[in-house]
Ligand binder design. Sequence first.
Ligand code: ADP
Ligand code: MG
Length: 252
Amino acid sequence: MAEDNVPDTRPAPPATAVRLTDLTKDFGTVRAVDHAELVIQEGEFFSLLGPSGSGKSTLLRLIAGFESPTSGRVELAGRDVTALPPHRRDVHTVFQDYALFPHMTVEQNVGYALRVAGVRKDERRARAREALATVRLEDYGDRRPAQLSGGQRQRVALARALVDRPGLLLLDEPLGALDLKLRQEMQTELKQIQRTTGITFLLVTHDQEEALTMSDRVAVLDGGRIAQTGPPLEIYDRPATAFVAGFVGVTN
Ligand code: ADP
Ligand code: MG
């Protein structure tokens, strides 16, 4: 077969969602993030795992643009955004403390950002309903937040982030306030939502099991440094440092 007649069917190399280059953040004398290097591919479910105080939230806030780095660079989808404010980064963040507007219906809460952005009413409603369907709350649009369970409220917060169709969704310990059973349900659901939307998810958690079961790849943080990056199995089977071994619970 003549080689030049064969169409090139090799998959295109995956596009880069996040690239952090030599990223450092100091708060006074505290180095919260220490020369971080990280590449996350588009469509990945990626987790930042580490104990309290290891710099997870600061790293996330640097990516979202809520903090400016002391030095280094943040690139999103191939674009240097280091100097750009949060609203120009095509990123949404879901926090553990997901304050909803109590006087608005679920659908109005989800559509709020679109209203602020001047999207007209029928499109707003259609997109809010689509986002609510993604989190399986299509029948709850007319309720008020107070009429929902904790897990349902967290799903509304997720829908509110998804309605904008962000390129990247940042989640800072989003399930931390839920009890164990609900947390496990929401883990399965989050994973499904990531798969169906194809949006790149970056999850911050201190829960080893959560990170290892949900993620395509994990970065383990130790005192502001990224100690290891890799797929869950690799981190579990071949921890790069004694800290990683201890933190993911490997005893050999
Ligand atoms: P994690 O999310 O892993 O718990 P953080 O990123 O919140 O860690 O914090 C990392 C380090 O940076 C901690 O020592 C914390 O006290 C410090 N830190 C975070 N934010 C600030 C701030 N705004 N001012 C001063 N120190 C901070
Ligand atoms: Mg934190």
